[in-house]
Design a protein around this ligand. Structure first.
Ligand SMILES: Nc1ncnc2c1ncn2[C@@H]1O[C@H](COP(=O)(O)OP(=O)(O)O)[C@@H](O)[C@H]1O
Ligand SMILES: [Mg+2]
Length: 566
């Protein structure tokens, strides 16, 4: 998507992503608009001819009568109804095309966001947060699509207005000038309504992220909320407060737009009144000319009011464009690996590695991890240990190339990991973090691994609880320990050079702990993998080739195997 939401507005997105369809849709809609305009002279001429009782030849066919129904000027009538039908078909086709473009635009935008999300560093995603992304993907995309749908409608209205203005100028330039002056005053008066209405809707939009975050807590925290009624009531009250605030802003915005559109309608009638009662004398209009002008002005009210209506969708769409842009601008894009192949890793080094958390609204408080310098080699199992909050998990995210170091660097095979090669290097790393996510299906596992998978399932005592059907797990409704064992199976099958386990064994039975430390780690070492294990299990420290001790973010000590065995 070359023209994306980051550098193009709503109109640009629409036009640039499907230029042909938008062009045809606009042409069809313009022709419909012109036809609509042509209906006025058609009617006026027909009235005039009928009023003047002009000779039958000029009367465009004389009257037509059948079954007690009399139609005056049948050819005019035929033209009128045919034009109406054509307008219907043209508008319908234009709308259908535009619908296609808009639904595709919504989907393309979502896919653009997916792409940005998958390419963004984890720390950027953590910074932006789940709620902001969800709000962009759902409510913003909806508002954007609704707004985009209005664009051809507005164009159609503008064409009708343009045609009507041209006709009025032809009929009476003086009256047209007066009407134009009124229009300028009208637009100027409408401005504050749309400005403050837009502002209120912008404030309502800012509440959306908070509501989504609260809703998440409502579902994922349901167990805690059920156990404490006072907590639940306070939480719900807080949620209601945010929602009420959102509703107030929405109401304010909606009311301002409504009053604005009422005001525009009033202006329209005011102009008609002024023309009919005041200007008609000023310009000495004949009754016929006055009727024509008033009819034209009445005809003008539909597109005028239509545009005002469209603005109440276009302005929220603009707010959503800005919200999506703000969210996406915080996501940097990592370069994609050039090839699918893995880069063999035989050495992973942390060199004066440091990381500082950027905490929102707490510029003065920053937790820093590091500097850490350590080397991890093939066939070596390294344990990282330390108290809670000592920075072990942060270090594991730095070593698995998820967090970008604030200082120092990670070196792989003596080559510095940079923005260019980071995602390629990551393709040979497998990690199970404490907040791991289990996907319901096995991806990227070669066919013919079924036998191997069955063997691992048996070893991990999973075969009775879960089965694999066409790469899909039969269930993920399992205990935490079992889910972790599935994560281990997935990780094992990925067959990477580097393995990172963050407190994997913490909630396993002694039997599986033993299996993990003695069998799995042994096997990975035998296979020549680089293994990094975060653990508190001091019973197994002797199995490590090196033991890295962290304390309060800093590296306290690194002990090598000889010392550990002693
Ligand atoms: N997402 C985060 N945002 C800000 N600070 C964080 C975040 N995650 C961790 N920290 C800070 O980093 C410290 C170390 O966290 P972590 O690496 O998870 O520790 P450990 O795994 O050793 O228990 C925490 O005490 C906290 O202050
Ligand atoms: Mg941790």
């Amino acid at each position: 998507m070359k023209h994306n939401i980051l550098n193009t507005g709503l109109y640009g997105l629409l036009v640039k992503n499907a230029p042909n369809k938008v062009f045809i849709s606009i042409i069809l809609s313009s022709v419909a608009g012109l036809l609509q305009v042509m209906l006025i002279p058609l009617l006026v001429t027909s009235f005039n001819l009928q009023a003047a009782h002009i000779a039958p030849g000029l009367e465009y066919g004389g009257a037509w009568e059948r079954w007690g129904v009399r139609v005056d000027s049948p050819r005019f009538a035929l033209c009128f109804f045919a034009a109406c039908l054509l307008i219907l078909v043209l508008r319908g086709t234009s709308g259908r095309l535009m619908n296609e473009v808009v639904t595709k635009l919504g989907l393309d935008l979502k896919r653009f966001i997916y792409n940005k999300v998958t390419r963004a560093p984890v720390q950027d995603l953590e910074q932006v947060g789940f709620a902001a992304l969800m709000a962009s993907l759902t409510s913003d995309i909806d508002k954007l699509s609704t707004g985009a749908r209005m664009i051809p409608i507005v164009l159609n209205y503008l064409i009708v207005i343009g045609g009507v203005v041209a006709m009025l100028t032809y009929l009476n330039p003086g009256v047209m000038l007066f009407i134009l002056a009124c229009a300028v005053v009208g637009v100027a008066c409408y401005q504050p309504f749309s400005h403050f209405g837009g502002q209120a809707l912008g404030q309502a939009r800012r509440c959306v992220n908070q509501v989504i975050e609260f809703n998440r807590g409502l579902i994922y925290g349901s167990k805690e909320l059920k156990l404490n009624r006072r907590k639940r009531d306070a939480y719900i009250a807080e949620l209601h407060q945010v929602e009420d605030q959102q509703r107030r802003f929405q109401l304010k915005g909606g009311t301002l737009f409504l009053v604005g559109s009422q005001f525009a309608g009033l202006m329209n009638m005011l102009v008609i009144g002024l023309v009919a009662f005041v200007m008609s004398n000023f310009y000495a209009l004949s009754p016929d000319a006055l009727i024509s002008i008033v009819m034209i002005l009445l005809y003008l009210s539909e597109p005028m009011m239509g545009i005002v209506e469209c603005l109440s969708s276009l302005i929220p769409a603009r707010i959503s464009v800005l919200a999506v842009r703000k969210c996406l601008r915080q996501l940097r894009a990592e370069s994609e690996p050039e090839t699918d192949g893995k880069i063999a890793i035989h050495k992973l080094q942390a060199f004066q590695l440091e990381y500082a958390y950027q905490v929102k609204d707490q510029a003065d408080f920053q937790f820093r991890v590091g500097p850490v310098s350590a080397t991890f080699r093939r066939g070596q199992v390294s344990f990282i240990t330390g108290g809670n909050g000592s920075g072990k998990s942060t270090l594991s995210k730095l070593l698995s190339l998820h967090y970008l170091p604030s200082d120092g660097c990670v070196m792989i095979n003596d080559e510095r990991v940079t923005d260019e090669n980071r995602s390629a290097m990551r393709q040979n790393i497998s990690a199970i973090f404490t907040d791991f996510h289990l996907f319901p299906r096995l991806y990227d596992v070669a066919e013919g691994e079924a036998g191997k998978i069955a063997g691992y399932m048996q070893e991990l005592k999973l075969e009775e609880r879960v089965s694999l059907d066409d790469g899909k797990f039969s269930t993920l409704g399992l205990s935490d320990g079992q889910r972790k064992r599935i994560a281990l199976l997935v990780s094992y099958l990925e067959d990477r050079d580097v393995y990172v386990f963050d407190e994997w064994a913490a909630d396993q039975d002694p039997q599986f702990k033993e299996f993990f430390y003695s069998t799995i780690l042994f096997r990975l070492r035998e296979l020549g993998k680089i293994v990094i294990v975060i653990t508190h299990d001091d019973r197994y420290f002797h199995l490590a080739d090196q033991l890295i001790k962290m304390e309060n973010g800093a590296l306290k000590a690194i002990e090598q195997r000889q010392a550990l065995a002693a």
